[in-house]
Design a protein around this ligand. Sequence first.
Ligand code: WQD
Length: 342
Amino acid sequence: MASVKCILVTGGAGYIGSHTVIELLDAGYDVVVLDNLVNASMESIKRVEDISGKKIQTYNVDLLDAKALEDVFNKHKFDGVIHFAGLKAVGESCELPLLYYKTNVGGTMNLLEIMEKKNVKNVVFSSSATVYGTPSYLPLDEKHPVGGCTNPYGKTKYFIEEILRDVCKANKEWNVVLLRYFNPVGSHISGKIGEDPQGLPNNLMPFVAQVAVGKRKELKVFGSDYDTPDGTGVRDYIHVVDLAKGHVASLKKIEEKCGCKTYNLGTGRGCSVLDMVKAFETASGKKIPYSLEPRRAGDVASCYGSTDLAEKELGWKAQKDLNTMCTDLWRWQSSNPNGYRV
Ligand code: WQD
């Protein structure tokens, strides 16, 4: 079994990327980070170096700059790539579809072409449960139809999955693991790194945390008339450290020359918006004022995943509970009210 040692992490300065870099280092991998810093800061890398006690070679490079990207591959012999880099705001993708297709799909095409040229044919791709579109059954398993997503962001994830499936079909030397994330929340136990959205948070839990530190006045609950236990949207929230560990487990799968594999990374449990608000209030001791608002366009009532396949084939299962997610998120937010903008 070939050992996969040196890993390039694209988007490694971002929320999930930085948490994954820590787990890779802990697992004994050498890590190189590439990030265009459009949605991240070098401060997160500095803090990852604090936490891990290791220096991290980081390149401020955009995947659309094929020359600069190739230079990075000329400087290192990578055994594999974990590919996070991309834009990820659903609403923004509806306003700027060309930017999303160019950045996410175009950037990935550059990456894969240079990987092929340099004979680096192992990749773990950061996909999303959004590729399932509106669930026709729950919990979602990996056999559920994909491609039903309606927003350009979700379509970029689906298109990139398709490209990778075709690459594996055409060339058996490639090993690909597609990871479909549900809803990542929380932070590293140190409270030094965490989710730091630019501007108004799109996602629920960063918004809740910003209400708790007094940065936002109140939470708007988008929809209270869904066919769910309390009428609010139900999602599968997973601790970002559990998610990061799923990437290390995926590299082990790659070392087995797995071809193309797909796994859900979630907990298998659904929690409503109001469940999350209550859990965060308990963990933080802060009251979260909220108002009930109309549904948000594009939202589904419920979305949560079966994680049996990842457990069986990766030996991976989410370990951290809701209280830990909220406690760790609060530690990050309360000690970094302005995120990385110190
Ligand atoms: C969760 C629930 C909202 C904000 C998105 C992307 C998905 C992935 C995760 C990248 C829903 C409700 C939210 C708020 C609210 N991202 N909500 N008030 O929409 O499940 O998934 O993020 O991969 O691709 O689609 O996550 O956190 O935005 O919403 O009531 O201010 O919280 O309606 O029910 P979502 P979310």
